[in-house]
Design a protein around this ligand. Structure first.
Ligand code: ADP
Length: 367
């Protein structure tokens, strides 16, 4: 059995709302797991059931082989970091860090040693006498993380810990949390609605929607092998472009642009969907704007550049073609001009196809 086992976990709140459906997962010791999804999809509820702050309506939760459904947060050996820091406002940073240990009756000199070493890891040594209100958002968040790591527990649970920070602080804290994870080796479950956090921090990501797991996988898996349109659209920024079209003799006819799927899909697969509606998907960053060069193994699309946004490292081009719109992420040195007509190439190997009705990915080749 894995270190953490969630088996058929469900949450039905007292008002009857079914917030989490049949959550199944095994987590190995030391893994960094991120639960990601839009607001309200059940991430926090699942985390709180793991923490013991919310009872499990149905299903079993095991830590290291032991069923802990009926155990409280302390007995589970977990430490939790919340979005709103939950610091004691009238206590110094030192006391905020020390408080949990004091409650446990740990000796003063041990506490002092642990506070000092934790403060060092988090760069808080010079701030130990300050009150939370005398700190920046990033420093407060560090204290909150410090309160969790000082307890030397085996499992960290973090609920949107960076959402009150500005964009720059978030990037810094993101790498600090990853670093702390590497140093402590604690199994970590981290909740966020931010796909960039999920992609950059996780060993494995759990994508959730409406209380259901959509997919569990490494960042690489989710990006390159999404199982459905939700995951494909959620992971990646800007999101994957989706074009709805009818399959006619293995081809998608989009006005003057034709996408001949017989190049990339098995006949058997195309036959199954012949005459039906499918969704063609491609990532903004997979395309190449073509300003005169020759095409390779790619679909060439004629389009019109509605809006061109230079972001520095790349340029987003909002295009229209045959009544459809898409975003392309292109090299700023080789970008079409706003209001111009141009062509772009979608390499064959970067194309996705989905069933319009089930929204599931259609495998192009039969294995
Ligand atoms: P997330 O963390 O993904 O934003 P939550 O787990 O907080 O989502 O909430 C999942 C769903 O459960 C939401 O629709 C939310 O409104 C609902 N919910 C959360 N807490 C309660 C509660 N105490 N009673 C009833 N419904 C709740």
């Amino acid at each position: 059995m894995a270190y953490l086992t969630l088996r058929g976990i469900n949450k039905i709140y007292p008002n009857g709302f079914h917030a989490v459906h049949d959550f199944n997962m095994e987590i190995e010791k030391g893994e960094f797991i991120v639960f990601v999804g839009s607001s309200g999809c059940g991430k926090s509820t699942t985390l709180r059931m793991i923490a013991g702050l919310e009872n499990i309506s149905k299903g079993e939760f095991y830590i290291d082989g032991e069923k802990v459904n009926d155990k409280g947060p302390r007995e589970r050996g977990v430490a939790m970091v919340f979005q709103n820091y939950a610091l004691y406002p009238h206590m110094s940073v030192y006391d905020n860090l020390a408080f949990g240990l004091m409650l446990q009756g740990v000796d003063d000199d041990v506490i002092e040693r642990r506070v000092n070493s934790t403060a060092k890891i988090l760069g808080l040594t010079d701030y130990l006498d300050r009150l939370p209100r005398e700190l920046s958002g990033g420093q407060r968040q560090r204290v909150a993380v410090g309160r969790a790591i000082i307890r030397k527990v085996d499992i960290f649970l973090m609920d949107e810990p960076l959402s009150n920070l500005d964009a720059k602080q978030r990037v810094t804290m993101r790498s600090e949390i990853t670093q702390i994870h590497r140093e402590t080796g604690a199994t970590t479950i981290y909740v966020t609605h931010d796909q960039t956090e999920a992609m950059t921090m996780a060993d494995r990501i759990v994508v959730m929607k409406d209380g259901y797991i959509q997919q569990i996988g490494t960042p690489y898996d989710l990006y390159f092998n999404p199982v459905n349109m939700f995951v494909a659209g959620f992971i990646g920024e800007p999101p994957m472009n989706f074009i709805e079209a009818k399959l006619n003799k293995g081809r998608l006819e989009l006005g003057q642009n034709v996408i001949d799927l017989t190049h990339i899909a098995d006949a058997e697969v195309l036959e199954k969907y012949e005459g039906g509606e499918v969704v063609f998907g491609f990532r903004p960053e997979a395309v190449k704007a073509v300003l005169g060069s020759a095409a390779g193994r790619a679909y060439r699309i004629k389009c019109f550049a509605n809006l061109v946004e230079l972001l520095g490292d790349n340029t987003n081009v909002y295009v229209n073609f045959d009544g459809m719109s898409s975003i392309l992420k292109v090299d700023p040195h080789n970008s079409p001009a706003m209001g111009s007509s141009f062509e772009f190439d979608i390499p064959w190997e970067t194309v996705y196809l989905f069933d319009k009705h089930t929204e599931k990915r259609i495998k192009l080749r039969k294995e």
